[in-house]
Every structure is written in C-alpha cells, then in structure tokens.
Design a protein around this ligand. Structure first.
Ligand code: SF4
Ligand code: SF4
Length: 389
C-alpha cells in the first residue's frame, strides 16, 4: 500500500508528535498509553506509531516484521483520543486499525495474529476450541436456550471458554435469574462477536461474523441483547448497524444497576471491604458508561468504594484489547500494563479489584499473581461480588 491508497492519507501527516497522547492529565513519570508504558520507546506511542505508518506509506522505511508487531501492540484503548489536542483525534486509533488492515491485505502478520484469525474462522472463537464446547460454561445451571425471551444473554468467547471468565459468565447468569430477568442463551450456536477482529483490521472476517450473527439474531426474533463483555457490547451497538443489525444492546452492569434500583437483587454484605473499580476501555472510553458499574458496586453493604488515581476517562487499559489478551504482545514485564494497574489498586489500599469485562478479569488476575498480590487483592467481576456459582 502507498499513501494514496490509505484511507487517512489527508489526516495522518497532521500528527506533529507532540506526545500529549501518551501522558495522563498530570505530567509525571506515568503514561496512559499501555504500549508506551510497556516498551518506553516513542514508536510504541500513538504519535510515534503514526509517524512510522506514514514513513512506511511514503516509502521512507521498508515493511518489517517489527513494524507489524508495533502496530499490534496498540490495544485500541482510546486513551490517546482523550489526550490528543487536535481536531482529528477521534480518528487516531482508526489510523492504526487501517494500517493493520493493510497488513491483513498483504498477508504479512505476526504468527499469533494469524492464528487468532484462523481460529475464529475455523472454530468461531480465537482459542481454537471445539464449537460444541461453547455451552460448557453453564453446565448444571437452569439457563434456557433463547426462544422469544425478553433478552438474549450473549456470553462471548472469553466467558464461554476461558475457565476463569466462565465463573463471571455463570455469576452473571445467576444474577439475571435472581433478578427475575427473562433471558435465554444461544449455547453452542453462539459465534464470536468480532470486536477484536475489527480492532485487528480483518474487515472481511468482521463482515462475515456480523452478517451471520445478525442473521441468527433476526431469525430468532432477538430485540434486546445483554452482553457479558464490553467488547461485544461495543461491536453490537456501534458496528452492527453498518451491516443492518439494529438491536437494543445492554452491558450486564446496566441491567444490574436497574435491578438494584428496583430492589430486585439481594445485596451482599462485605463489611470492612475496600473495593475499587477498573474501567474497561470498551465500556468507558468507547461508550461513555462510567456510572452503571459504580452504582452496582456502591450498593454492596458495608464496603467502602474507592477510586484509583487513574479512573474513568483516565483509567489505564489492562493491556488486553486489540486481541492482546490472546497475543500478549505487552506481557512479560513488570511494566506490562496489567501489572502496573494491580499495583495502582494496591496503592489505593483496595482488597477487591472489581472488573466488568472478562478480558480485564483474566489479565488483572494473572497480573496480581505475578506481583505476588493475590493474597491481599482479589480480582472479581462485579457479578461475582454478588454471587459465586
Ligand atoms: S496523535 Fe495527537 S497528541 Fe499524539 S503526538 Fe500526534 S498530534 Fe500529538
Ligand atoms: S489506543 Fe491505547 S494503546 Fe493504542 S496508541 Fe492509543 S493509548 Fe496507546
């Protein structure tokens, strides 16, 4: 690809590499771009990455595996969008996604990215696990198949297959049952939602997944969807309309907040606990939902709710977005964003780090173990604070 063929050819040169995009609101030795925090090299910040893309498009530098890997360390967390002072800031993450799409088109991808796409194509999930095991997460639970209930509960690949995230999927289903919500699931018929595929630049695969999901939802008469993952929430809400899929989409914490308000959930007693909350990028910065999860946590009896230094729009990403929960390009260091984040929770003197995303759950729990904090800091999905099944 050359500059003329690039979707953002009239915008990309406008980044003047001021560096504002990688810092939090206060200037000190912390950074809010997870890939820059991990590697501490300009080319891993948004500005540096855009300049690399520009240099590649104009032929100043050749393609290299290293260039592609740098692109895929961007987690699409959107923190840079919040910080960039220029009017084109809404497009700066899309510019990297478009460069990833060019890599997909050329077939020059890191092996782990290739594997991710192959698994989604062959098995309907990035883990490469048999689609017939997709419903294993709900074994023994009284969960109905979808057939005209008010809501479809869309569990997603992490909740269905990752053994840690399965517990969050179960707790969420149980809370919906406890709250008297009419819902059903797709079981083994559920298919990857495609949010990560989108963020990783595989446009044809996203279209394939979105079209098949929309067809299935429409055939079943689905109107309202509850998602476990903010990633699925984001793609259903913001991307599926482009493919003709128009549904009312809710994240589970939005439903829980309504159930709490209506007095339809029994509130757990966690006397003496100090709970903090890690905002998931695809609920917070991508969809501006900061209130619902906090309402639910604040309903827990006897607990203190505390904010970490960085929260809401300024929260540090766990490092799992853009497929990195699978590829783990940001792993393997004390400066891996998930490890920085659990240290922030420790510094806030929290004993429960509440999350609302299965990716954050697995990333941060692994990080707490790596930091030797797992005895003093429990990483829990908000639903698990209410019930564990
Ligand atoms: S993306 Fe925006 S904030 Fe970042 S270096 Fe470029 S102009 Fe500056
Ligand atoms: S989206 Fe996140 S990881 Fe990517 S450049 Fe922006 S701040 Fe860094």
């Amino acid at each position: 690809m050359n500059l003329d063929e690039y979707k953002y050819k009239d915008l990309i040169h406008r980044c003047f590499r001021c560096g504002y995009c990688k810092f939090p609101t206060h200037w000190d030795d912390v950074t809010n771009c997870p890939s820059y925090a991990r590697f501490r090299m300009e080319s891993y910040s948004n500005g540096g990455r855009l300049w690399l893309i520009y240099a590649w498009l104009t032929g100043e530098i050749p393609w290299s595996e290293h260039l592609t890997q740098i692109l895929y360390t961007c987690t699409s967390c959107k923190s840079c969008v919040e910080k960039c002072p220029l009017s084109f800031n809404e497009d700066i993450v899309n510019m990297t996604v478009a460069a990833k799409a060019a890599m997909v088109e050329m077939g020059r991808l890191p092996n782990l990215v290739k594997k991710f796409f192959q698994n989604v194509q062959l098995y309907g999930n990035p883990y490469g696990i048999d689609a017939q095991k997709r419903s294993d997460w709900m074994n023994g639970m009284p969960v109905e198949s979808y057939g005209g209930q008010e809501y479809l509960y869309y569990v997603g690949c992490e909740g269905a297959y990752d053994t840690r995230a399965q517990k969050a999927a179960r707790a969420t289903a149980q809370l919906l049952i406890d709250g008297g919500v009419s819902f059903g699931v797709l079981g083994n018929e559920e298919l990857c939602d495609g949010n990560e595929v989108d963020m990783m630049g595989e446009e044809a695969l996203l279209e394939n997944l979105a079209t098949r999901n929309i067809q299935q939802f429409s055939d079943l008469g689905v109107k309202n969807i509850i998602t476990l993952s903010p990633h699925a929430y984001n793609v259903f809400k913001n991307k599926y309309p482009e493919f003709g899929g128009h549904f009312n989409v809710y994240h589970s914490t939005q439903i829980f907040a309504d159930l709490v308000k209506a007095g339809r959930l029994s509130l757990p007693d966690k006397s003496g606990a100090r709970i903090t909350f890690h905002d998931p990028c695809f609920l917070g910065r991508w969809n501006d939902e900061y209130t619902a999860p906090r309402k639910v946590i604040k309903a827990v009896k006897g607990a203190d709710f505390i904010e970490m230094d960085r929260s809401k729009k300024g929260a540090l990403c766990c490092g799992g977005g853009g497929g990195n929960f699978y590829t783990d390009f940001l792993g393997g260091s004390e400066e891996s964003p998930a490890r920085i984040r659990v240290r922030e929770a420790r510094d806030a003197k929290a004993d429960i780090l509440a999350v609302a995303c299965p990716n954050c759950l697995t990333m941060l729990e692994d990080a707490a173990k790596a930091e030797g904090l797992d005895d003093q800091l429990k990483v829990m999905d908000i639903a698990e604070i209410f019930c564990q099944v």
